[in-house]
Design a protein around this ligand. Structure first.
Ligand code: AMP
Ligand code: GLY
Length: 416
């Protein structure tokens, strides 16, 4: 099968890496891709937000199957444009992707489906904002209703800061603070059948010990040795399946990757957010453990064939990924900095590999940074401690001027 992946981050590199190992994939393409993906797939320039351009590229290539990675093209209806050309596509419709694109829509679906989540108010006026902030008290959780690339959420003890963010948003969701560890659980669904993947944990804050500003995610690991073994079954039954059923009932079935961001609170599991695509950096560790070939799974979801899909196979081991970010990320990152040590990792670390996020090949052939999150250094091992050691050993071989990373990814889970 000829496969085209849309996107160009570490998530797409992880997807392409798995697809390149799948014997059913005879030809692999990515648009626009990045310097690392170029090693496993043929790259093509495209405006990923332009449905006609993406569908045209897929048709020109004779692609059998298209996978849309990031949320922005999904919310813009790019998967619909590909399907309209008669090409199978993994990724929800524009309407179903509103589950991620609008926090207010997600809250409405959850309420209708009886899915446990934080109590929330949707506010549009200063009066409504003040009433909501007052009702919940500190810590305040204030979320821009629309897509904001992981930067629309402010969690703060400071009432003035909460109010200022709320007023800057237009439509804003203000909600109850959820205490407890976070878990990311992904499920592949065809709009009817739901197949959960293995859970992972992301590290959202920029600095060690959960300090600093929110980011897109600075690292991840899987499995979660501390989690209840029944967690996946419970979340499938109480969150994932009811949400998929509700969207089907509304006439906007969700087929693709349903990502539940969860808080494990003292009162039970609560949904923090839904996303309509694979998470980054959790995908890097989840796919590192998935033994079932990826293309067949995703194509079965895209074509309504999941009910008959065989049980997924997983490695018993662990995976850890650590993100190297640019100088000044998550504020406006500096780009164009040279990266060294990549070949060293490829040569010396048999259980570690580097997935590229914001990178590109400069004119002189060097790999340079091209975004906020630059690399996702990933390793596997028999347990989290070993996977973690391998990831950090590989990371130590790499240099990026002004770059930064967290040093505590998976440390607590590994018993350190
Ligand atoms: P979101 O974009 O909704 O995932 O929010 C980004 C991050 O903000 C989450 O991963 C949490 O760490 C935090 N957050 C969001 N909503 C809440 C909440 N209701 N209570 C506590 N923390 C939250
Ligand atoms: N890991 C967070 C996200 O993908 O949104």
């Amino acid at each position: 099968m000829k496969v085209l992946v849309i996107g160009g981050g570490a998530r797409e590199h992880a997807l392409c890496r798995s697809l390149s190992l799948d014997p059913d994939v005879t030809s692999l393409h990515c648009a626009p891709g990045n310097a690392g993906i170029a090693e496993v797939a043929e790259l093509h320039p495209v405006d990923a937000l332009d449905g006609a351009a993406v569908a045209g590229l897929a048709a020109d290539l004779g692609a059998d199957f298209v996978i849309v990675g990031p949320e922005a093209p999904l919310v813009a209806g790019v998967a619909d444009a590909v399907r309209d050309r008669g090409i199978d596509c993994f990724g929800p419709t524009r309407e179903a992707a509103a589950l991620e694109g609008s926090k207010a829509f997600a809250k409405d679906v959850m309420a209708a489906a009886g899915v446990p989540t934080a109590r929330a108010y949707v506010c549009t006026t200063p009066e409504e904002i003040d009433t909501a902030l007052d009702a919940f008290g500190a810590p305040y959780v204030v979320k821009d209703d629309g897509l904001a690339a992981g930067k629309g959420v402010v969690v703060t003890e400071d009432l003035a800061a909460a109010r200022e963010h709320a007023l800057s948003c237009g439509r804003v969701v203000i909600e109850e603070y959820l205490d407890g560890p976070e878990v990311s659980l992904f499920a592949v669904t065809d709009g009817d059948t739901v197949i959960p993947l293995q859970p992972a944990q992301d590290f959202k804050r920029a600095l060690d010990a959960g300090e600093g500003p929110n980011t897109g995610g600075m690292g991840a690991y899987s499995p979660l040795p501390w989690a209840d073994p029944k967690l996946v079954d419970e979340v499938t039954r109480t969150v994932l399946q009811p949400t998929v059923d509700e969207l089907r009932r509304r006439g906007t079935p969700f087929a693709g990757l349903l990502y539940a961001g969860l808080a494990i609170t003292s009162r039970g599991v609560r949904v923090i957010e839904f996303n309509a695509r694979f998470g980054d950096p959790e995908t890097q560790v989840v796919l590192a453990r998935l033994k079932t070939p990826l293309a067949g799974l995703l194509r079965a979801a895209a074509t309504g064939q999941l009910a008959a899909f065989p049980e997924l196979r997983w490695s018993d081991g662990a995976a850890v990924t650590v993100v190297i970010a640019s100088y000044n990320y998550p504020d406006t990152p500096r780009t164009g900095d040279p990266i060294t040590g990549l070949a060293d990792v490829a040569e010396k670390d048999s259980h570690a590999y580097v997935l590229h996020a914001g990178t590109r090949l400069a004119d002189d052939g060097r790999v340079v940074s091209a975004g906020g999150r630059v690399l996702s250094v990933t390793a596997t091992g028999p347990d989290l401690g070993k996977a973690r050691d391998r990831a950090y050993r590989a990371l130590d071989r790499i240099t990026l001027d002004g770059g930064h990373h967290r040093t505590d990814i998976a440390a607590r889970a590994a018993g350190l």
